[in-house]
Design a protein around this ligand. Structure first.
Ligand code: ADP
Ligand code: MG
Length: 237
């Protein structure tokens, strides 16, 4: 136990919540499939970053999480890898029922980056990823979503447009990620986020990542996450 405490301290992590799964030290501790381990090895990710050490076991256990860590800390893999496990665990369903994993990000650049990161890991597992954001043809994105995907990465406004156009439904979604929540609020996306959350079944798993936690974001987190574990890395918050 002393050892675990020392390890957590070395990661500069603070955790709050009930019955929090202990941090892992390597990707081998995560119980990932051979396909996923191969994809991780291909990225030359030698060991998990501090946020990954603590967030991976929490999210893999099915818990909701609030992750607070600065840019460049490796947050994307901490929600993408468990998302792939979550999808692989689902029973086979008709593809027209829509994505299982939904990721919202504030800007098209960020959505595109997450899309690229998700594809690195999803491809080898036979999971399809789509990205939808403003500034691209709605018709092209409509067609892409219609073709089917298990993961969608989107800016909130464009995802709402796609839902309205019936390109996609949230009926099958059970894993929701709000990435860079503070920036989405700064950009005025709160109503769109609330609308999207309202269309996803309440027994979903919800993950919220943010560099800072202003009161408005804290309030949303309290409303839409259930019994979350809060993980803070470094000097942020
Ligand atoms: P954040 O979302 O916290 O800003 P990212 O998820 O974008 O950070 O990761 C930042 C960079 O670190 C990316 O280039 C990513 O590929 C890389 N990265 C993520 N996890 C690891 C790891 N375990 N080992 C090495 N590099 C990693
Ligand atoms: Mg990020």
């Amino acid at each position: 136990e002393q050892d675990v405490a020392e390890y957590m301290k070395s990661l500069a992590i603070r955790v709050s919540g009930f019955d929090v799964p202990r941090a892992i030290r390597s990707f081998e501790d995560c119980g990932f499939s051979a396909d996923l381990m191969k994809a991780i090895a291909k990225q030359a990710y030698e060991k998990p970053t501090p946020i990954q050490c603590q967030a991976l076991p929490i999210v893999l256990s099915g818990r909701d999480i609030i992750g607070i860590a600065k840019t460049g800390s490796g947050k994307t893999a901490s929600f993408v890898l468990p998302m792939i496990v979550h999808i692989m665990d689902q029973p086979e369903l008709a593809k027209e029922e829509g994505p299982i994993g939904v990721i919202c990000a504030p800007t098209r650049e960020l959505a595109h980056q997450i899309y690229l990161e998700a594809k690195k890991f999803a491809k080898s597992c036979g999971i399809r990823v789509s990205a939808v954001y403003g500034g691209m043809s709605k018709l092209d994105q409509f067609k892409e979503l219609k073709a089917g995907c298990e993961i969608v990465v989107a800016t909130p406004g464009r995802l709402i447009d796609m839902i309205k156009m019936k390109a996609v439904t949230m009926l099958r979604a059970t894993y929701l990620v709000l990435d860079e929540a503070d920036r989405m609020f700064d950009l005025g996306f709160e109503p769109q986020i609330r609308s999207i959350v309202g269309q996803i079944r309440p027994d979903r798993q919800t993950l919220l990542f943010s560099a800072t936690m202003p009161r408005k974001v804290e309030k949303l987190a309290r409303e839409i996450l259930s019994d979350p574990v809060r993980v803070t890395v470094g000097e942020v918050g």
